[in-house]
Every structure is written in C-alpha cells, then in structure tokens.
Design a protein around this ligand. Structure first.
Ligand SMILES: Nc1ncnc2c1ncn2[C@@H]1O[C@H](COP(=O)(O)OP(=O)(O)OP(=O)(O)O)[C@@H](O)[C@H]1O
Ligand SMILES: [Mg+2]
Length: 473
C-alpha cells in the first residue's frame, strides 16, 4: 500500500476517534491524537515521545473508558480486566497514533488504573483534580481549583480501602501491613501516594493522593494565576540564570514543588541538571537531566538509599545544577557544602512557616547529619550557600502567592541578615478573596552587582517601592 492509500484508508477510523474524543470534551487532545498524525509520521516518531504526550492520550482514553464502563467499576476484578482489554483493543484499532511499545503499555496502564484504584478511578480521570484524600469509606475529598470539596465516591468498608492500598503497594513492589503500616509510593502516572493503616491511623486506613503527571504549571501559568508579579518573575528568572542558590519555603501543599519546577525553566538548556527527590515528581523541560530518587529499606531492612547519599553521589556526576526536591534531614549539610564549594545555581524547597523559620529549620537539619557544629558555623554555611529565599503560601482564599522574596546578605553577630526585595502586601479583600498586591520594597538586590559586572542592564525600575509605601527611600 502506498503512503497515500494508507492515509486515506485510515481516514474514516481517525474521524470516528476524533468524534468520540470530541464528545468527551477533549478537542485539543483529539487534534493531537488523530488530527495531524499520518502513518508516515507515526513511523518516523521516536520510540519514546514526550511523557506528557503519552499521558494526555492516556488520560483522554481513560475518561472515555470510564464512561463506557459506567457502573461496572464496581464489578469483579476479572470482569473489569476483560472489559478494559476489549476496550483497548477496539480503540487502538481505530487508529490511535502510538507506536507498538506504547500500545502495549497503554493497555496495561489503563487496566491497572481502573482495576487498581477501584472507586477512585473516576477521580483520577478528572484532570482538574489535584488531590484525592480518603479519610474513610464514606469520606472522600478532592481538591479542585485550589479548594477542597467532599465527593460522593464511596468504598464498601475499611477493608475495601485497604485492598486498594495493598494493590498500589504491590504494583511498586512494596508491602504495607501491620509491621510497616505507612506507605509512600508513586503511581505509574507520577502521582504521589501516601497510605496509612490502623492502628497508626486510629479510625481506619487512609489514602492521600497528590495528582500529578498531566502537565506542570509553568512560569506563565503561575503568573496568570497571580502567584507572583511580573517584576518578581523578572528577578527570580535572573537569579536562576545567574546561578544564585535559591531556597523555596512554604507549608504543606503551599506550592513549593510547583514553584521549583517553574523556576527551573530559567536554567539554560546547555546545563547538566541532577535532581534528587524522595518521590520523583519534578518535570523539567531541559534536555540534559538526570533524575535520582531515594529508596526505602526492603522487608529485611536493607537497601535503603537516602537523599544524603544521593547528594554526595550527585557531586561525582559533574552536575552544573543540583536540585534537591525538598530538604528534610541530614542532607541539608551536604547540600550546603556543595553550594559552598562551587556548585552554584542549586534549587531546593523546605517545609517552613516563613523565611525565618526556614533558616532555623535548615540549621536543625544540619544538626541531623550527626555532625556537631556550633550554630555560628552552621549559619556561616547557610549565609555562604544560599542567596535567595522565596516564601510561598496558600492564603485563606485558596490562592497560592509568593509572600516574600528575600536575599540573604550576611551575618551580624550570630544573626542571619536578610533583605526583603518583594512582598505580598495585604489589604482589605472583597468577599472571600484576599486583598493586596505584590510590592517591591525599594531595596536594590545584590543581584544588581552581578548584572553590572557582566555589563548587563539592571532593571532598576522593578525594584522601586510604590509611592506611599512604608520604607520607601
Ligand atoms: N499557583 C497555583 N495555583 C493552583 N494550584 C497550584 C498552584 N501551585 C501549586 N498548585 C497545586 O497545588 C498542589 C500542591 O502543590 P505542590 O506539590 O507544589 O506543593 P508543595 O508545597 O510542594 O506540597 P508538599 O508539602 O506536599 O510537598 C498541586 O496539586 C499543584 O498542582
Ligand atoms: Mg513538595
């Protein structure tokens, strides 16, 4: 068959798939799946396309699959497997543009997802859902567009939840039982899962899923979500490009990792990036990225690989940049040392209630390394290592905002001195919405010196405090 013939023969099938995808509201995806693809192009396509492409295709098919399955997700596991297999065969015959390896993977992934997650499957199919929280059989919450809402998803009983948890664990080669009642794992689509069993969780098994894997929020997205101002972005982009070490602090779910991923966009494509995470969730666009992930101990208590070892190892991998997803413990010392010895331009996050708290927690973590350093020595390390502190916060209205961007300027006596460059200044809001705006403090950051040295223009206007602001020079 000539390429022309092949193309026209495939046409009606594509048309059908396009229509069926369009019905599920995924027009953009329909285009992507069937619109521009020709058999010739498919043959040319590399073996592993961008993960987001595959995920998008999968998530659209998943939506359609769930619609076809309807109430059947409550059927026996074997029945569901059969139905899913038949669906996948049928849809792939309609001409979805995937290479052979992806086809097999798709079929397995979809089966796993429907069978594996039981009643949660429909929630997983909704790309707007960012968190799924199961507190008990009749208490399933989701977070959508920044706010938490109850759902009418139900499990039969505690045992039903436990079985789903065990399946998730089994799929990643782990076990959760009385002996080890806590589980941290990652689903095949990248979503992060935490599960607990009684008696650790007193009222029954719980499950918390941080959805992930479709698309990361970009700098532009965060700008239009008003997480920060354009001026702040200009500054942060410069800081990352000029290889300042940046630490992002914030509470649980404040958006630290998301902001980290967005700031990493500013890393030039020519640099080699090594990422270190407890559960890999960062998606970077750079071509030259090596991703490392910690490993928990096996049943015999062996084989554990901690962030600390990974940080040390990463130094031998000739990194231009090291990204530690979140510092939590003793690796803080190794990270600070790396930053102090020429590994500049590193990015990391830390759980803290404010920039001050971030610094003191960092100090505590250094002590967790087991090395008994006097606190002045630790502070010297911190001051030498970190140049920029960004604090992000989820406000009462559900909106995540950068509350402050500060520079670390030095030590005075025993105290670390910081200068706020930008802050979110609150004012009276209207209704539920928190009022206020992002303001420069009038302090010209040290970054300006770097720019001058390089002969680059300093965007002085973005650092000017608004008229009437307190502290305006
Ligand atoms: N500006 C934003 N607007 C809307 N949703 C956001 C924004 N930033 C992050 N999110 C979403 O909020 C959730 C939490 O974000 P993220 O994982 O970045 O937080 P975190 O502070 O790293 O959380 P954790 O403490 O669990 O590590 C994610 O689902 C993310 O997609
Ligand atoms: Mg995080």
């Amino acid at each position: 068959m000539s390429q022309e013939d092949e193309r026209s023969a495939a046409q009606p099938l594509r048309e059908r798939l396009r229509r069926s995808l369009a019905q599920t509201g995924s027009r953009r995806l329909a285009q992507r799946v069937v619109g521009r693809e020709t058999p010739a192009r498919r043959a040319e396509r590399p073996e592993s396309p961008s993960p987001s492409g595959y995920h998008e295709i999968k998530s659209a098919l998943f939506t359609r699959l769930l619609e076809e399955l309807g109430e059947q997700t409550a059927g026996s596991e074997e029945q569901i497997r059969e139905t899913v297999r038949a669906f996948v065969d049928r849809v792939l015959d309609e001409g979805v543009a995937l290479n052979e390896r992806e086809r097999t993977r798709l079929s397995e992934d979809l089966t796993d997802e429907v069978v594996g997650l039981g009643p949660l499957a429909p929630l997983m199919a909704d790309p707007a859902v960012t968190d799924i929280l199961v507190n008990g059989p009749t208490q399933v919450y989701i977070e959508r567009f920044g706010s938490l809402e109850p759902t009418d998803v139900r499990f039969r009983d505690d045992d039903h939840i436990r079985r789903v948890i065990e399946r998730i664990a089994a799929r990643v080669g782990r076990r959760i039982d009385l002996a080890s009642p806590l589980l941290d794992a990652r689903l095949p689509d990248g979503s992060r899962v935490n599960a607990t069993l009684p008696p650790i969780s007193i009222d029954g098994p719980t499950l918390s899923i941080r959805r992930f894997g479709h698309r990361r929020l970009t700098q532009d997205d965060l700008l239009s979500l008003r997480e920060f101002s354009p001026e702040m972005l200009v500054y942060l982009d410069l800081a990352v490009r000029l290889k300042k070490n940046v630490l992002i602090s914030g509470g649980t779910g404040a958006g630290k990792s998301t902001l980290l991923g967005a700031l990493a966009e500013s890393i030039p494509a020519s640099e080699r990036v090594v990422t270190i995470e407890d559960a890999a969730e960062l998606i970077l666009d750079q071509p030259h990225v090596v991703r490392l992930e910690t490993r928990p101990a096996n049943i015999e208590g062996q084989g554990v690989v901690r962030q600390r070892e990974l940080v040390i190892n990463s130094l031998r991998m000739r990194p231009d940049r090291i990204i530690v997803g979140e510092v939590r413990g003793g690796e803080a010392l190794d990270m600070l040392q790396a930053m102090n010895t020429g590994h500049e331009g590193s990015l990391s996050t830390i759980h803290a209630n404010g920039p001050r708290d971030a610094l003191s927690r960092l100090e505590t973590m250094v002590l967790m390394s087991g090395l008994e350093l006097p606190s002045r020595a630790i502070r010297e390390q911190v001051v030498g290592a970190i140049q920029v502190l960004v604090h992000v916060r989820r406000y009462e209205d559900g909106v995540r905002r950068v509350a402050s961007v500060s520079e670390i300027v030095g030590l005075e006596g025993d105290a670390i001195l910081t200068n706020d460059i930008f802050v979110f200044k609150r004012s009276a809001g209207s209704g539920r919405r928190v009022g206020g705006d992002f303001q420069a403090t009038g302090v010209v950051p040290r970054l300006a010196d770097d720019l001058r040295e390089r002969g680059e223009p300093v965007p002085v206007e973005i650092f000017r405090a608004p008229p009437g602001a307190p502290g305006r020079a």
